[in-house]
Structure formats: C-alpha cells, structure tokens
Design a protein around this ligand. Structure first.
Ligand code: GLY
Length: 419
C-alpha cells in the first residue's frame, strides 16, 4: 500500500518510522515532513490546511491511504476532501473533529452520551463568565472553545486572570476543576469499533515538579505507574465507545484516533478533553512498543468498519519514555536557528530514537525551527531502564538554549493535577 502522512512534527516522525516497518507499506510519503522524517519517507511540499491541495497530492502519489497527523487540517476538512476523492483516510471528518475543535461541542457529546466529565458552562459574555466563575469557584478552569495551539486552557486561583483569559478568547467553557493524575488513552476507531491503545502519561508543564506554563507536552511514558487494573476496559465502556456511538448517531462517524485525556479523580475516571488525533509526545513513546503492523491497522480503520476483524493490538513487553527538548524561549517565543549536534551519537545508544519536531536544515546543518525541537525516546525492559536510556540520549544532543524536564517518568513523580 502507498501511504501519505500529513504533518511534520515529532508525532508524524514516529508515525512514519512505525509505518515504514509494516511489510504491507510499499511506499511512504510525508507532507510537509521534516529533516528527520526524510530518512524514512519521501517528503513533499503541501499546504496541510488546504483540502484541495492535500487531495491533489494524494491523487498524484496514487495513495491508497492518507493519515492526517495534526488537528488543524482535520478541522479544516482535509479528511472529508480526501474521502470524497475516493481515497481512504485515517482522520475524522470536519464534523467529527469538532470533538477537539470545539470544547462546547465535546461537552454536548459527553452530556448526551453520559460520559463522566467536569460540570461546565459555555459562556459568551463577561456576565456569563462571572457567574460561572462564582458557581465553580477556584481553581478556575477556563477553556477557549476553539483550537488554540495548546494555549487555550488557563487554570488559576486568580479570578481576574481567569476572567481576562475568557475575554481574550471570546466563547469559552468554564468548568469545575478535576484533581488527580492525568492519563492519555488513545483509541483507533473505524466509525463504530474502537481499539484502545495502552495508557500513556504526558507532562504538560514546562518545568520539573509540574511547575511553569502549560506546553504542548514535555515528555511522556508508557505503561503508566499505578494505572488502575481494568482502566482500558472501563474507559472503553464508559468513554470511548459511547463517544463514538454518539458521533455516529449524529451522522458524524469518527474514523481516526480518538484521544481521551483523563483525570483519575477521587470520584473515578473523568474526561478532561477529547482530541481527534494522535497525541504528541505520547505517540512517540507508545509506538515504540507497538507490535501490530500500524499501516494495516490504520488502513482497516480508514476502510470504515474494518477493525472488527483486526483483534486487539499487540504490544512488545517493556516500557518507553520520551523526553522533549525545547528551544530557548518556549512556549512564549521560541528562538529559531540554533545549531543542533549529537543526534547520531544519541541514536547509537541501545533503544534510543530521536524524533524531529522543530528542526530544519540550514546552510551549515541542522538548526532549531520550532518550540518543541526533538523528542528523545527510549525503550527498555522497564520504565526505569527506558528513562535512564532516554536521558543518556538527551545528554548526547546539544543546541544553545536547550531545555528539558529532568523528572519525566520519575518514580514517585507527584501526580500532575489536571483541569
Ligand atoms: N500531549 C498533548 C496533546 O497531544 O494534545
């Protein structure tokens, strides 16, 4: 099969590196990709937000399957256009992707389907926001209704700051605060069947000890310390399957990756958010352990209704840890153009892979070009071993201003408190 992946971050690098191992994948193309991905796939220029341009590229490549990585092309309707052209696409329609693209839509789906989540109000005026902040009390949780590239959520004890964020966003969801550790659970979906992956944990704050601003994610690991027995089955039954069923009922079949961001609260599992695509950087860790042929599984899902015959996903034993190295100034104003060295040395270490995200090739070699620059990932027999290898890899890589957390997947890491 000929596969085209849309995107160019660390997640797409991990997807490409895994797809290329599937014997059924005879050619692999990524658009726009990045310098790391060029080692495993042919790269193509495309405006990933332009449904017609992506469809034209898929036609030109005679692609059998298009896999859309990031959320913005999905919300822009790329998957709809590809499917209308008769090409199978792993990625939800614009309507189904609203489960990530609109927090209010997601809450409506959850309420209709009886999915456990924080109580919330959708607010469109300062008066509605003031009332909701009063009702829910601190810590205040204010979420931009639309996509905001990781900057949409504010959790604060400062009421004025919460109100100011709401005003800056326009339409917001104000909701109750959920305490408890956060777990990400992904499911590959074909519109009706859901195939859950194993849980992973993401570290969203910039600094050790879950301090500092929210980011796109500074690291991840799997399997998760202390995840309760039966979590996958419970979340499939109470969250993933009801969400997919409710979307199908609304004529918005979800074909793609449904990402449930969960809080393990004292009142049980609650949904913090849904995303409509693979998480970044959880995917880099998870795919290191996936034993099933990814291309064949995604193709079965994209063919609508094909997952019933696939059976549960197979996983390699052991653990995987990803440590993100970010650019100076991230997340507010990441600096570009710093020379990167040491990736080859890191990858000579046993089990270490360095996934590119914010990198580009300058006249003198590889340089930084984005906030999250690299995702250094290692597998090992257990979390401690994978963690040690990942940090050995990080030590080999260098660029001016590089930042990384030192407590990714640490034992007794304090449970990250989530919205
Ligand atoms: N790791 C968070 C996200 O992908 O949204």
């Amino acid at each position: 099969m000929r596969v085209l992946v849309i995107g160019g971050g660390g997640r797409e690098h991990a997807l490409a590196a895994t797809l290329v191992r599937d014997p059924e994948v005879e050619s692999l193309h990524v658009a726009p990709g990045n310098p790391g991905i060029s080692a495993v796939a042919d790269l193509h220029d495309v405006d990933a937000l332009d449904p017609a341009a992506v469809t034209a590229l898929a036609r030109r490549l005679d692609a059998d399957l298009v896999v859309v990585g990031p959320e913005a092309p999905l919300v822009a309707g790329v998957a709809d256009a590809v499917r209308e052209a008769g090409i199978d696409c792993f990625g939800p329609s614009r309507t189904a992707a609203a489960i990530e693209g609109s927090k209010a839509f997601a809450k409506d789906v959850m309420t209709a389907a009886g999915i456990p989540t924080a109580l919330a109000r959708v607010c469109e005026s300062a008066a509605e926001v003031a009332e909701a902040l009063e009702v829910f009390g601190p810590p205040y949780v204010v979420k931009d209704d639309g996509l905001a590239a990781g900057k949409g959520v504010v959790v604060t004890d400062d009421r004025a700051r919460a109100a100011a964020h709401a005003q800056a966003c326009g339409r917001v969801v104000v909701e109750d605060y959920l305490d408890g550790p956060e777990v990400s659970l992904f499911a590959i979906c074909d519109g009706s069947t859901v195939l859950a992956m194993q849980p992973a944990q993401d570290f969203k704050r910039l600094l050790d000890g879950d301090a500092g601003p929210n980011t796109g994610g500074m690291g991840a690991y799997t399997p998760v310390h202390g995840a309760p027995d039966g979590l996958i089955e419970e979340v499939t039954r109470r969250v993933l399957q009801p969400a997919v069923d409710e979307l199908a009922r609304r004529d918005a079949a979800f074909v793609g990756l449904l990402y449930a961001g969960l809080a393990l609260t004292s009142r049980g599992v609650q949904v913090v958010e849904f995303n409509a695509r693979f998480g970044d950087p959880e995917t880099q860790a998870l795919l290191g352990l996936l034993d099933s042929p990814l291309g064949q599984v995604l193709a079965a899902a994209a063919a609508r209704g094909g997952l019933a015959d696939v059976g549960p996903l197979r996983w390699k034993p052991g653990a995987a840890v990803t440590v993100v190295m970010s650019a100076a100034g991230y997340p507010e104003s990441p600096r570009s153009g710093d020379a990167i060295t040491g990736i080859e040395a890191a990858e000579r270490l046993d089990g270490v892979h360095v996934f590119h995200a914010g990198t580009t090739t300058g006249p003198d070699g590889l340089v930084t070009s984005g906030g999250r620059v690299l995702a250094v990932t290692a597998t090992g027999p257990d979390v401690a071993a994978a963690r040690a290898s990942a940090y050995r890899g990080v030590q080999r890589v260098s660029f001016a201003g590089a930042h990384y957390r030192t407590d990714i997947a640490a034992p007794q890491h304090p449970a990250e408190q989530v919205r």
